[in-house]
Design a binder for this molecule. Structure first.
Ligand SMILES: [Zn+2]
Length: 95
């Protein structure tokens, strides 16, 4: 997958400077019980994110993010926070 974006690991503070927080739509099955909800800045669909997600970036659903990337609006950088990466590692170990 040569065109898959490279994901950098950012601190939680660095992630506050991101333009967007890519979220799953609330209609998708949930993995965690303590997710928080908001709305996509493009389509207003209800979305879900983790409680430790950055506060400042606009929420965008996966569908709109993928469409924006397909239209060449891909952001310069993609990142995951250290907290999210740690949580994902813990989750995958217990699965
Ligand atoms: Zn959307």
């Amino acid at each position: 997958m040569a065109d898959r974006p490279k994901i950098e690991v950012a601190s939680d503070d660095e992630a506050e400077e991101a333009d967007f927080l890519v979220c799953v739509r609330a209609s998708e099955p949930s993995v965690f019980d303590d997710d928080l909800y908001d709305f996509c800045c493009k389509c207003s669909e209800k979305v879900r994110h983790r409680p430790h997600a950055p506060i400042v970036p606009k929420r965008i659903c996966m569908v709109c993010a993928m469409a924006a990337m397909a239209e060449g609006e891909e952001p310069a950088e993609h990142c995951i926070t250290e907290t999210s990466l740690d949580e994902a590692r813990r989750y995958l170990k217990r699965s």
